[in-house]
Design a protein around this ligand. Sequence first.
Ligand code: PHE
Length: 481
Amino acid sequence: MRSICRFVRHLDDEKSEIMAKKERNSFSGSMGFVLAAAGSAVGLGNIWRFPYLAARDGGGLFLLIYIVLAVTFGFTLLITEVAIGRRSQQGPLTAYGYFHKKWAFLGWFSFIVPYIIYPYYCVIGGWVLKYFATYLSFNGKEAVADGFFTGFITSQWEPIILTAIFAIMCFYIVYRGVEKGIEKYSRIIMPALVIMVVFICGYSMFISHTDANGVTRTGLDGAAVYFLPNFEGLTLRRFLMIALDAMGQLFYSLSIAMGIMVAYGSYMKRSVNLGQAVDRIEIFDTLIAVLAGLMIIPAVYVFMGTEGMKAGPGLMFIALPNVFDSLGVFGTVIGMVFFLMVLFAAITSAVSILEAIVASVKDKFGWTRKKSVLIMAGTGFIWSVVVCLGYNIWYFEYPLPNGAIGQILDIFDYVSNNVLMPVLAILTCILIGWVVSPRLLVGEMRLNGYKFTRKGLYFVMLKFVVPVMLTVLLLTAFIQF
Ligand code: PHE
């Protein structure tokens, strides 16, 4: 029996070797792929979203749930997408049709999602640039003034100009290509980002402050609040809410269901150990998210107590500048380093999302890279301008199903993240888990004799657990619990 299995596996490996067309443009090796993919995964999600969710959702408890989900749920989806890319050697738009003609429509989801996200991600990149420039010119005081953020996003030209600068940087990197652009810049940006994160974390641990009531709080107290699970008032309902938050966050943070990992997978050399590379991306992404929490939560706790931690989405753009302000001159320097780091994180993510749409049209229509980047980045920028105008001349208030009031940016975000992405991921699980066979992708992972030890877990997750969990997540987009 064993030898039959081995023989079948051998055939499978052989088939996939033959089916691989001559190697396309690719990352130079495992390290290049991991840094570029980690560059995609580490973005505003890690630095802006993760800390406020963790602060809101009971610190350590959220962390614990997040890590368990990362090694089960995240691992399954990430492996699947990267393997789809490498196996098909196609951009997201054509990759799904490679597995089953009738399922080729999934490619369109995988094209539309990043095409919706890219324009508004550039707008947020422009906001980060604004904060960086403010600290760079030693005007950190301005950032804490009431209405600084709103005043800026509602102004007519400034957000558009800054978005354009951000978009040009992304355009240039993607235009240069996979190895000479994306990989090259990820190799510089990612180590720099890690150094900055560790530096700010270290600083954040050692600050202390005595408030008007004479209570002294230190960074270390804040770290304890962050890491120690808070079970106070925990009900089943709250537990489920936290789990859903963690799942949604993980999904976004790993750049899953955005076509990105399919595109990057298609540039991964067949000699690279796919399973190991995916593990590294996950560890990198989770580590940076946890460290981002450690750099922000203690600092906010020291100056504003547990109340400050409830700042929600405003944690980074509003609460944090207040912290920098309280730190005096040194705060300006920390603010500068901090927003440069956020800018780096945002650029590598925006680059990956632009590459996903570029790879799609390149493979579908046979366009050159030059033409693909020009058309995708060009039309994307028009949408970015529409998003910017959504805060002034086209301002409206649209109530979203989750209770939030949205403008154009929020609508783009809601449709892609809460609706299209879960649908794409559920259908991907069905396609690979049931219609084709997960064995096909396992064969891809075992190329060159690499081991895939968590095969059993992968099968169960892909066929049953992940689609069910994602369906619950999708339902929450329409129903309020
Ligand atoms: N993983 C990214 C983040 O955490 C998500 C993302 C990637 C969003 C690429 C847009 C583009 O920010």
